[in-house]
Design a binder for this molecule. Structure first.
Ligand code: ADP
Length: 838
């Protein structure tokens, strides 16, 4: 019921805000707690009252019992006392008779027998003289032997004389202290003194048995109901009416017994009460009823508590739901089964701008429907009411109160009440204008990005690092390699990768192919690499980078730009350079042609002379082997000399593929000097070679280095000849030394030096100060040296006076391993062999 009421409240469509409810509900705990406490208090009060009643009943009963006990003790005491005093008086009467002089044995015997008859507790009675002897020793003691005295003779003697002296001195009846027999039974002696005037005639001793007192003096109706005991001064039980052992919980009452005194006490124990059936039934009934009341109160309290807890949980749930509904940003709308709006939440009102009162109770068309989409909205409502709303929801346009439109998505679910019956449809609406715009923008950005990537003239590919799987490839890549990862691996430096063999250690393969250590994984970018892809015969400049792919995995991105054209141009330039170098060598030879002719002419003329001389000798018939041999040997030497010159020229101009090899610097220098000397000798200029260090083997192309040196020597000779043609003993010094890992070759002339202003221009192409100069020599020299990773530069020689005495051209070449040279040079990567003859 309560649940229904609560849900009815939370689902109530209009006006009623939950704001007022909490104030009332929050008072809940106060009265709810007292509501809880009341049964608990009733239980407590009931328990206290019942306990009090039972306690007072019990108390009263006990009181009554004690009173009865006290009365009975007093009665028992009274009975004993009466009997004792009776015996006392009778004995006193006998004593008076004796004092009066009626000393007659027979009458004494008769009266004492009467007394003993009346008092069976007296076990012995006789008259003793003042000398403590029997007055009538021959008289049989009255009723002796019939009584239950178990005293021995000695004990009897003691008993009859006990308190004798006291009775004599006080002249009154005196009870003796207790005397015990062997079984512990107590006895008392009553001494009744007999005085005639002042003469003491002895005393009548009457021995009382304590057991007898109890047995004969207590009325049977008393001893039947109670256990009655007599106790001595030490609280020792002397005799009792019942042998039933005493229970600790038995109540008892003591009263002192006087006479006979002597510390004797009568004690009465109450036997446990014989239960009263009616009383007990009543008690049990009350107890049972109390238990039942307690149980019902307890269950009531428990029930109340459970109800209270359930109520609290429901309140909390209701508040929570209300708070949630108010705080969510999702608009909620409830339709009944006929399509009427029964509830809208604040978020729905905020979204649409319409008030709750504008919407609740309305049927389609709703105020927030844009006018131009009535048919579409109607269709959606119809689908909703038929239960055919798609699970992905509807996308719709919504008109705000101010007329503006926004896009929304609406999800519909059936509204089921607590009895499981469908009462309507719950719709949740979210404003998707912003997400939609963002999505469209994202799509546009993605499209732009894709367009750019797709239209790039570079192959962009991303390969998963842990498996050879192509994650992305742009159009250019796909055009070149398809959608297989082989292209990526080829570009990474591998090639021919069979994708079927892709394994988990492909990353190692990628790294191996890429020539990158695993540490490169953490580095941002690798330098661009030039890679030749054999399968498509193209050169690419490849840049690669390790990136985190969208799924978080490591991937390698590669951008390969086609540089085949550039490479071809470079190759062409290189070939032209080579041709130029070759042409330059030919030109040098051409320029030296006359000198060479002259140089060759000398051995040829000598050979001619020797041969002519030999012919003359042979004709004269003066030939002996001794005369012919030296001549022929000299002829042969001249022929060798001519051959050497021709070999050198041939080697110098021989066109071959530039090839680096281990070469001795001294050999290269000697060859260059040998060739240049042909020219310088003509100008009478000496070439002085100074080799200052032990030279290592260097890895160079010896022909090219020789070409450089020949060029420098020729230039030096020309400069010296042009400046001082008549100088005395002109010489060019060529100094070779080692300098910090470089072989340094310096060509030092005595010419005019170089113009400081134009010092760098000398190495430019076509710079020449000579009328017939081409101006290409130094340019080619520098490019040769630089292709060997060396340097070529010039300085002027200055003497002590600051005068320029010539120029020095320095060539420095690195000493290195062949691998170093092969890597750096353009030849190392050249794919095609340049062949052909001039
Ligand atoms: P060419 O010898 O055809 O002029 P080069 O490139 O060999 O071409 O030389 C360029 C210029 O450098 C020469 O014209 C000359 O002016 C200058 N030059 C070269 N060597 C020397 C030198 N040893 N002393 C002075 N000037 C020189």
């Amino acid at each position: 019921m309560l649940t229904d009421r609560l849900f009815a409240r939370s689902a109530r469509p209009s006006g009623a805000r939950a704001d007022s409810a909490p104030s009332r509900w929050h008072h809940g705990p106060w009265w709810s707690n007292s509501y809880l406490l009341t049964p608990l208090l009733s239980i407590l009060v009931f328990l206290v009252v019942m306990s009090l009643i039972l306690w007072s009943l019990n108390r009263r009963e006990q009181q009554q019992q004690e009173d009865t006990l006290f009365r009975n003790v007093a009665w028992a005491q009274q009975q004993i006392r009466l009997s004792m005093t009776g015996a006392q008086e009778q004995l006193q009467g006998v004593a008076r008779d004796l004092a009066a002089g009626h000393e007659e044995e027979r009458s004494f015997q008769t009266s004492t027998a009467d007394i003993m008859q009346a008092h069976p507790e007296i076990v012995y009675l006789n008259w003793y003289t003042s000398g403590k002897t029997l007055h009538w020793p021959d008289m049989a003691p009255p009723l002796a032997g019939q009584r239950f005295a178990r005293l021995t003779d000695a004990q009897m003697d003691m008993a009859v004389t006990a308190a004798f002296g006291e009775a004599r001195s006080t002249r009154r009846q005196v009870y003796s202290p207790l005397i015990y027999d062997d079984l512990g039974n107590g006895y008392l002696t009553l001494q009744t003194p007999v005085y005639r005037d002042r003469e003491f005639l002895g005393s009548i001793a009457a021995v009382f048995s304590i057991e007898g007192i109890l047995k004969h003096d207590i009325p049977p109706e008393l001893s039947a109901k109670y256990k009655i005991s007599l106790l001595d001064a030490d609280n020792r039980e002397l005799s009792t009416t019942s042998t039933r052992p005493r229970l600790p919980r038995d109540i008892f009452y003591d009263l002192p017994l006087d006479p006979p005194g002597q510390g004797l006490t009568v004690r009465v124990y109450a036997f446990p009460q014989i239960t009263n059936f009616t009383n007990n039934t009543l008690v049990w009934l009350v107890a049972g009823l109390s238990c039942f009341v307690l149980w019902s109160l307890w269950s009531l309290w428990k029930h109340t508590r459970q109800r209270f807890e359930a109520q609290q949980a429901l309140y909390a749930e209701a508040f929570f739901r209300r708070a949630m509904e108010n705080s969510v940003l999702i608009g909620m709308r409830v339709l009944d089964m006929h399509g009427r709006i029964t509830h809208v939440n604040p978020a729905f009102c905020r979204m649409t701008g319409w008030d709750e009162s504008d919407l609740v109770g309305k049927t389609p068309p709703f105020p927030y429907w844009p006018r131009d989409s009535y048919p579409e909205m109607q269709r959606q409502i119809d689908m909703t009411l038929r239960g055919k709303a798609p699970s992905s929801g509807f996308e719709l346009r919504v008109r705000r109160k101010d007329g503006s439109i926004f896009h929304a998505r609406l999800y519909v679910s059936p509204l089921i009440d607590s009895s499981g019956r469908q009462t309507g449809w719950m719709s949740s609406m979210t404003d998707i204008t912003e997400p939609k715009r963002a999505r469209e923008e994202l799509a546009a950005a993605h499209e732009r990005f894709t367009t750019v990537l797709e239209s790039l003239d570079a192959a962009v590919s991303v390969l998963a690092a842990d498996e050879a799987e192509l994650l992305f490839a742009n159009r250019y890549y796909r055009h070149l390699f398809g959608i297989r990862p082989d292209g990526h691996l080829e570009l990474a430096g591998g090639g021919g990768f069979d994708s079927t063999q892709a394994s988990s250690d492909s990353i190692d393969m990628v790294d191996t192919y890429a020539g990158l250590p695993a540490a490169a994984l953490t580095e941002g970018t690798a330098d661009a690499q030039e890679v030749y892809v054999q399968s498509i015969q193209k050169w690419f400049e490849v840049r690669r980078q390790y990136i985190q792919w969208v799924d978080g995995h490591l991937a390698q991105m590669q951008i390969a730009t086609d540089i085949t054209t550039r490479k071809q141009a470079q190759e062409l330039a290189r070939q032209q350079e080579e041709k130029l170098q070759f042409t330059s060598r030919l030109m040098t030879m051409g320029e030296m042609a006359s000198s060479l002719a002259h140089e060759l002419n000398q051995p040829l003329a000598a050979i001619n002379n020797y041969c002519s001389g030999t012919v003359a000798l042979v004709k004269a018939g003066r030939t002996t082997p001794d005369t012919l041999l030296p001549v022929l040997e000299k002829t042969a030497q001249q022929a060798v000399r001519a051959g050497m010159i021709i070999k050198r020229i041939r080697e110098f101009v021989k066109r071959s593929e530039p090839k680096r090899q281990a070469a001795r610097v001294s050999d290269i220098v000697a060859d260059a000097v040998g060739l240049a000397e042909i020219e310088t000798r003509k100008r009478r200029i000496r070439i002085v070679t100074e080799i200052r260090s032990r030279l290592p083997v260097i890895y160079v192309d010896p022909v090219l280095i020789e070409q450089v040196l020949v060029n420098l020597l020729k230039n030096a000779a020309e400069a010296m000849h042009g400046a001082r043609p008549n100088a005395v003993d002109p010489a060019i010094r060529i100094v070779v030394r080692l300098d910090a890992g470089f072989v340094c070759i310096s060509v030092i002339d005595q010419g005019p030096g170089v113009d400081e202003a134009a010092i760098e221009r000398l190495f430019e192409p076509f710079f020449s100060t000579k009328s017939d100069g081409m101006g290409m020599g130094l340019n080619i020299c520098r490019s040769i040296i630089e292709s060997h990773r060396g340097r070529l530069w010039v300085v002027n020689n200055i003497d002590a006076d600051g005068k320029v005495t010539g120029a020095t051209f320095h060539v420095s070449l690195p000493i290195g391993e062949p691998a170093d040279h092969n890597q750096g040079g353009s030849e190392a990567q050249r794919p095609q062999t340049v062949t052909g003859e001039l």
